[in-house]
Design a protein around this ligand. Structure first.
Ligand SMILES: *Cc1c(COP(=O)(O)O)cnc(C)c1O
Length: 402
């Protein structure tokens, strides 16, 4: 397999020609049940008619105009995102890392606008993933992503995940904000309890800090709420979203309160492509579907069924699956053997999943998944587990955590 692509990814030798809902059809015609959903991106599955129509209709009008002009589609999407959340204002970018960059810059600028530019540090959590730019790898703090890229961007203090006492100890005169994923996705589907999120909110209020949620993976219905913060009953000051908001079109956004964003005045930030009409048309179409209460209801019902069936599988194959965890359709199977072996065994049964940290395999089906497809997935998982239980395969790097 030779390729001119920079070899930064360990790719499976598999390519897809098209998709239909929860299915992906490989170039050789094989049908795969897609419980990876482009890593929590294809929330409406593949080739959803509403998204196809929206993209096609916008493509015939105008694709890109730049942010030198008003973009009505962007104003509409921002208005709808604010109406659906705690936020007052939105910045559009093209990816999760860029949404996070805006969040980090905004938190620093807030304190500068308050006359305290020395408050620039952000407390982050072990196992975090916030993207692959220089600032976001520093925020994530994972050595494997920082290695060889020079001095990490300064300003991040890392503590064990969801550890309140350690968070408190990490605060200092220079602290600007606390940044957390309500559920760590890449980190292995590790859930922060509503209590810890409430405690962090209180701590931020007491100390004049901003609370930043990275909902790039958890947002847009994945956890059975439109956003994971809604389950905890606390609101952040700043929130980064991406992945599912574009349904497969590159789109990220940073949502904030008017107060938290007050330093981000004209000229302080920008993006050439951010919020362009094509992306906005798709984002609005995603919201058309996702904001229907029946949509989130489907996520909750299907999640309940899937979790129950997975609990049975875990009991049946204790030498293969150690734990089932997660919220909604962000589900982690902690493997007993190497998680890469489980990903491979599932793929051999034509089920696509994603590896994560903590030896976890993520199940991230499109949120439109139905009971019949869940039934098929369970049958595939059952066969893959039976195979692994019979013949524990040698450790392989294929499909290992990204
Ligand atoms: C995927 C992800 C990111 C990075 O998004 P990109 O679009 O790859 O830049 C950031 N934070 C979280 C929680 C993610 O899951």
């Amino acid at each position: 397999m030779t390729s001119n692509l920079l070899p930064t990814y360990l790719r499976a030798d598999l390519a897809f020609e098209r998709g239909e809902g929860v299915w992906l059809i490989a170039t050789d015609g094989t049908r795969y049940l897609d419980f990876a959903a482009g890593v929590a991106v294809n929330a409406l599955g593949h080739a959803h008619p509403r998204l196809v129509d929206a993209l096609y209709a916008q493509a015939q009008k105008v694709w890109h105009v730049s942010n030198l002009y008003r973009i009505p589609e962007a104003e509409r999407l921002a208005q709808r995102l604010c109406a659906a959340t705690y936020a007052d204002t939105v910045f559009f970018a093209n990816s999760g890392a860029e949404a996070m960059e805006c969040a980090i810059k905004m938190a620093r600028k807030f304190h500068a606008a308050n006359g305290k530019p020395e408050r620039y540090r952000i407390v982050t959590y072990e196992g975090a993933f916030h993207g692959r730019t220089l600032a976001t790898i520093a925020a994530g703090g994972q050595q494997k992503y920082l290695e060889g890229f020079g001095p990490p961007v300064d300003g991040f203090d890392q503590v064990p995940f969801a550890d309140f006492e350690a968070t408190k100890r990490a605060l200092g005169e220079a602290t600007a904000a606390i940044l957390i994923e309500p559920i760590q996705g890449e980190g292995g589907v590790r859930v922060a309890s509503p209590q810890i999120l409430k405690s962090l909110r209180k701590l931020c209020d007491e100390r004049g800090l901003l609370l930043i949620f990275d909902e790039v993976q958890t947002g847009i219905g994945r956890t059975g709420e439109l956003f994971a913060y809604q389950r905890a009953g606390v609101t952040p000051d700043i929130m980064a979203i991406a992945k599912a908001i574009g349904g497969g079109f590159p789109l990220g956004a940073c949502l904030a309160t008017a107060e938290a964003s007050k330093g981000m005045t004209t000229g302080t930030h920008g993006s050439t492509f951010g919020g362009n009409p094509l992306a906005m048309a798709v984002g609005n179409a995603v919201l058309d579907v996702v904001l229907d209460p029946a949509f989130i209801d489907n996520v909750r019902k299907r999640a309940l069924v899937l979790k129950q069936r997975l609990a049975e599988i875990k009991d049946k194959y204790p030498t293969v699956i150690a734990e089932v965890r997660g919220e909604g359709l962000l589900i982690g199977l902690r493997a007993v053997g190497p998680n890469g072996d489980l990903v491979n065994a599932l793929r051999a049964e034509k089920l696509l999943t994603v590896a994560a940290g903590d030896n976890v395999v993520r199940l991230l089906p499109p949120l439109i998944v139905g009971d019949a497809e869940i039934g098929e997935a369970i049958a595939m998982i059952d066969r893959a587990c039976a195979h692994l239980a019979r013949a524990p395969a040698a450790a392989t790097k294929q499909g290992a955590a990204v």
